[in-house]
Design a protein around this ligand. Sequence first.
Ligand code: F6P
Length: 327
Amino acid sequence: MSKEIKRVAVFTSGGDAPGMNAAVRAVVRNATHKGLHVYGIYNGYQGMIEGKIERLETKSVRNIIHRGGTILKTARSKEFMTKAGRQRAYDSLQAFDIDGVIACGGNGTFTGAKIFHKEFGIPFIGIPGTIDNDLYGTDFTIGFDTAVNTAVDAVDKIRDTADSHNRLFFIEVMGRHSGYIALYTGIGSGASGILLPEKSTDTKELTDALKKGLKRNKLFSLVVVAEGDESGGAIQMAEKIKKEFPQYETKVAIIGHLQRGGSPTCADRVLASRLGSEAVNALISGKTNMMLGIINNEIAYTPFEDAIKKAKPFNKDLIQLAEVLAS
Ligand code: F6P
């Protein structure tokens, strides 16, 4: 039988994502509702190592549901990758008698959690918090919806100036290993081309599509490029093909960290609230070593092992849709 859970800790880790605060709020509120004590670990795994741990109560998470970033801060810890670092982290948790941990983050966060759980046996539940939407075991990650809405808003603005000046714009969005942000942004903003790491980039295909547009008197074009695309990104792609389009002035815009900030959309707030709350229930019912997600609008549990190693199936229909609509 697993030990009764009385004190849980929550932390955020890896790249911040809008909605992380809503997740922390849900953890604190549901845990308090269930009679547990909750602790916040500041600065991710590094804060766990350094014992930056504080009690959180209902009032500690007031007025944060709408805020981007994370009140618990976040970090990427090299020290946690060492056995000595993890031992110090375990000692910190012991000092607060913590018997269950909830981590909101991405792949690296869950890799750390899996190792830590194996070494020290503390129950661990993960919540997917990353703008990249690249985790197996959930349809969407916390922060993705906000990030794509920010990106689409930026592309809409670029569209105005591209239209006014007859320009060809290459717009780079985030996604180091994943094209979800690029795909959704491209479809949502009516891009003429979308370059993704999940699909090998055919420069000729892109130039042909843009030339077709020119033939139809298209006076400006927008191409959305994922930062992780094999072409090397928007700057490289623009350099490569701009000679073929003397009719256009070619420009590059990199949206960058704008996509990581801002008030979370309602979709992200609801997703984060569901997952944060359910993470507490999961610990109470003895679950561990799993990431929570939402699949077809139902809560889904995925072992860390799978969430880390398995590739999220990429929706090929969406790629096709983008191609048809861009033509
Ligand atoms: O993993 C999320 C992400 O936003 C990626 O899309 C991006 O490449 C990376 O983080 C940038 O991380 P940082 O700003 O922490 O270097």
